[in-house]
Write a new protein. Structure first.
Length: 468
């Protein structure tokens, strides 16, 4: 059996400020909600300041966007429902379980604060984020990342955060009192601590990665004076870590060294798999339901979906640092690839009526009306191709003909319709001998920095089964 991947861009949004974080809400009945965080360095002179203020430091300004996604809308399915001005945002994470009955979003900002906002209903079947509480994790630092302890619905509620001083902060969350408290803060890395994450299977254990190229593990039961392991598996700064919510002991890491490593926590001397993705890996995200899929945001080289199935089938002793196949590469962003996330929204399911955002008429459309709107969407997308044309010309080659094979000069993973293996020529010559079976489509959101663009796109994998 062979497989083929295809994707379709559903909407492109200009976030005005540089976009660096996107997160779909993981709470049931709220899966259609998307947040996007931005970071903009503002020159004080832009405010019309006088000469006496020219030497003031730049202002790190940010904006938080809240969107609702409606799959019944043929195009522009994403609707902005709220925007909040705030300090520049470095990371966003939803708590995996409701807190005091509401979804809660954690925000790490450039003033060294962690802020929590809860998501509530408002009129017209929409929703809004309301401030809940905040805490400063340290003076004169940027809060760079955060992670919740609830990846497998474990309690008590905890947050681990990292900052620009190389420190980690462990925080407790009291949902009943809307309180956030720093339990412990310690020096973990010599330079910036880019990332911190929980072991979702044992939340007494946390991981951290820093600009000192080190990946470290910490056990809160043993104190913070010494890490339980230090790995030099990456050759440059470690900026992304996520524990697998599906497979115990498994974690993924990414680095400026352009490699995604898959590890078994029980043996940290060498990774199970080492995949070169040709771009610094700012974020890695496991698929919420398909345990073998990993999404990587690769800065200068777009977004890649990796198939880690072979990793789980290998024993510790048999691991040979092979690469995970890249099932698909989304390269339509024209700037640094930073934010990336999978939606839990079932693409074929209908949104509950009480949570549907305001949209156009939901009445059943005739085939003729549907075709007309499809043509309009196609025209709109063609306009985008001109607006975001890449100097390399690769953009146009990818989106204009997703079925072509461009030969050895263009890797299969860079085509709009990629294949994990080449199709059997005998099957190709005999279409009747080929049967296509499609898995359920996945919805993703990705954002890029300097062009301040948010993309929402659909990815689908088809299995090719020969009947011969």
């Amino acid at each position: 059996m062979e497989a083929r991947s295809t994707a379709r861009t559903l909407q492109v949004v200009d976030t005005e400020y540089s976009a660096d974080a996107v997160e779909w809400c993981p709470i049931d009945t709220w899966h259609h909600v998307l947040t996007c965080g931005t970071y903009q360095l503002k020159d004080p002179k832009e405010k019309g300041a006088g000469d006496s203020e020219i030497n003031e430091p730049h202002v790190r300004q940010g904006r938080l966007y809240l969107y609702c996604f409606n799959q019944d809308r043929l195009y522009s399915p994403l609707t902005e429902v709220q925007r909040i001005e705030m300090p520049a945002i470095l990371d966003l994470k939803w708590c995996h379980v409701p807190v005091a009955g509401h979804p809660v979003l954690g925000i790490a900002n450039a003033e060294g604060n962690l802020e929590l906002c809860n998501l509530t209903h408002c009129e017209k079947n929409s929703c809004s984020l309301e401030p809940m509480c905040s805490v400063c994790i340290g003076p004169d630092c940027l809060a760079l990342s955060l992670d919740w302890s609830t990846g497998r619905e474990q309690k008590p509620l905890k947050i681990i955060s990292s900052d620009s001083k190389g420190c980690l902060s462990l925080l407790s969350v009291d949902g009943c009192r809307s309180a956030l408290e720093v339990v412990s803060r310690w020096k973990a890395h010599d330079f910036e601590a880019w990332i911190a994450a929980f072991n979702y299977w044992n939340t007494d254990v946390v991981y951290s990665g820093g600009d000192d190229s080190k990946l470290k593990g910490w056990d809160m039961r043993m104190g913070t004076d010494r890490s339980i392991f230090i790995s030099n598996g990456h050759s440059m700064g470690v900026c992304s870590i996520q524990s697998s919510p599906h497979k115990q002991h498994i974690l993924a890491t990414g680095s400026y060294d352009e490699h995604v490593l898959i590890w078994d926590f029980r043996q940290m001397k060498r990774p199970l798999v080492d995949t070169h993705v040709k771009g610094g890996v700012w974020r890695v995200k496991w698929h919420p339901t398909q345990e073998n899929l990993l999404l990587a945001a690769c800065m200068h080289n777009g977004y890649h979906i990796l198939n880690c199935e072979g990793t789980f089938n290998s024993s510790l002793t048999a691991a040979d640092e092979k690469e995970s196949p890249i099932l698909y590469s989304y390269i339509l962003h024209n700037s640094l690839a930073y934010g990336a996330d999978w939606s839990r929204l079932s693409f074929d399911a209908q949104l509950p009526t009480e949570h549907q955002p305001v949209s156009s008429s939901t009445e059943t459309q005739s085939k003729r009306e549907y075709d007309q709107r499809a043509k309009e969407a196609e025209v709109k997308f063609q306009h985008l191709k001109l607006q975001y044309e890449s100097p390399t010309g690769l953009f146009d080659m990818v989106v204009e003909d997703e079925l072509d094979d461009y030969g050895d000069g263009f890797p299969g993973s860079l085509q709009a319709s990629a294949t994990s293996q080449s199709m059997d020529p005998a099957a190709t010559n005999n279409p009747a001998a080929v049967h296509w079976t499609k898995s359920k489509a996945s919805l993703l959101a990705t954002c890029s920095f300097y062009d301040h663009i948010l993309h929402v796109w659909r990815w689908e994998r088809s299995n090719i089964v020969s009947s011969s």
